[in-house]
Design a protein around this ligand. Structure first.
Ligand SMILES: Cc1ncc(COP(=O)(O)O)c(C=O)c1O
Ligand SMILES: N[C@@H](CCCC[NH3+])C(=O)O
Length: 420
């Protein structure tokens, strides 16, 4: 049995009836399956069993504390990109010595926080960042463990906006300057060179770009060792795609692992992974309510109560999310609709020209595969409160983030004194 499935024509999350829950707590909300999170971590980790590997879950995919706590209990580390993510990972019980810190714009304050916490690795993305880290570490009388994130100039990823490993992308150190930067790192007193890092993009649907990039990384390690550099870790980032719709069959983690074992076996390095979407994406969905059906002259619209502020992926990346009614009306006819939210932007849509059964206002629909980059990319645009997140475990559920009141939403702002 799946962790999200229909029983008696009603959608369940594990053993919780989603329609009943929606009636009780109101929509929209995200709902996650604890069992699915645990299963995904195991599938990924098991693929690398027998190798020295650290799975550092990419917190940006879903940074809810309860989610991080589940992953901590499965023994994963964390890939963080801000002091906020670092604080959340530590709060949830992820040990500092399993945390890697990525990102092109780490501030000195963030470096300090991470050095004081004693993280496992900084993934350094530029020459000036390396110099800054050396300085901050020196001031704190600490040594910063470093991998340099290299840009292998390989195109990958489900969309132009989520590709990170081409030379036009802002990420990583240009391939041609990597060796020189490692040489510089070795001169710096407060930097300890540990490894090589790369991350080429997200929602990658085939193994070829991984293979191309990982082979280049293996070659670089050989070159660096020739230069006398001790390289003991290889961080391969995240990026493994997931199915968002019928017929999409991204590589299985086992096949990804086979490829990696083949390419990296001769290197004798610890492997680090930063999977995000693969762990969280299909562990959650977004439940929304149909508010109105509107017949335009060119299109029919289903207007729902979740907007682009709640789930920005369609607006930002033209991303596809399957949509299914939470309670099935078996007699319903099919028609094509644009499913749109209430936000005042033309880009506020969840699906365009989607074939869906007729539904009546007040009925619920599930936006599938929304566990990754859903809640974590949401905003309060149009002064819409961040929506609740629910975690299901068997027939129990818990509200792991509640809807703020409007008073709470305004509590952080103040009128300046001169306004009286
Ligand atoms: C540095 C880094 N690591 C890991 C990830 C996680 O990627 P994914 O969710 O595709 O596994 C990202 C996001 O693309 C990233 O930028
Ligand atoms: N946020 C993106 C992926 C980019 C991940 C961050 N590097 C998405 O929803 O697909």
């Amino acid at each position: 049995m799946h962790h999200f499935d229909y029983r008696d024509n009603r959608l369940h999350a594990e053993d919780v009836d989603i329609a009943a829950l929606a009636n009780k707590i109101g929509t929209p909300f995200y709902i996650y399956s604890e069992a699915t999170f645990r299963r995904h971590v195991k599938v990924f980790s098991n693929a690398f069993s027998g190798t020295d590997a650290l799975v550092a879950y990419s917190v940006k995919a879903n940074s809810n504390l309860a989610v991080l706590r589940i992953l901590a209990s499965e023994g994963t580390g964390a890939d963080v990109v801000s002091a906020g993510e670092l604080a959340r990972a530590l709060h949830a019980g992820i040990p500092a010595d399993k945390i890697v810190f990525s990102g092109v714009g780490k501030t000195t304050e963030e470096m300090e926080a991470a050095l004081n916490a004693g993280i496992y690795q900084f993934n350094v993305e530029s020459a000036p960042e390396l110099e800054a880290l050396d300085k901050v570490a020196g001031e704190l009388k600490k040594h910063a463990p470093v991998a340099i994130r290299v840009n292998p100039d390989v195109a990958a990823g489900g969309h132009d906006k989520i590709s990170t490993g081409r030379k036009e992308d802002k990420f990583g150190v240009a391939w041609g300057s990597a060796r020189a930067l490692y040489a510089r790192a070795r001169e710096l007193e407060n930097i300890e060179v540990k490894g090589v890092d790369l991350h080429i993009g997200s929602q990658i649907a085939d193994l070829a770009p991984f293979e191309a990039a990982f082979k280049k990384a293996a070659g670089l390690i050989a070159d660096l060792r020739e230069d006398g550099c001790r390289i003991e870790r290889l961080d391969l980032g995240g990026g493994l795609g997931i199915p968002y719709g019928a017929g999409e069959i991204p590589p299985h983690p086992d096949d990804y692992a086979q490829l990696i074992k083949r390419v990296t076996a001769p290197l004798d390095v610890q492997l680090i992974f930063e999977p995000g979407r693969m762990i969280a994406g299909n562990a959650g969905l977004l439940v929304t309510k149909l508010v109105y059906v509107k017949e335009g002259e060119a299109r029919k619209f289903m207007i729902v109560d979740a907007g682009m502020n709640d789930l920005i992926r369609p607006a930002l990346y033209d991303a596809h999310h399957d949509i299914i009614p939470v309670t099935r009306d078996l007699d319903a006819k099919n028609d094509r609709y644009d499913v749109v939210g209430p936000v005042c932007e033309s880009s506020d849509f969840i699906a365009k020209a989607r074939t869906l059964p007729d539904m009546k206002p007040g009925e619920f629909m599930a936006i599938m595969s929304a566990g990754a980059y859903g809640a974590s990319q949401s905003s309060q645009y149009n002064s819409r409160p961040l929506i609740p997140e629910i975690l299901v475990n068997g027939d129990e559920y818990a509200i792991i983030r509640r809807r703020p009141t409007f008073d709470e939403m305004t509590a952080l702002e103040r009128y300046p004194e001169w306004m009286g």
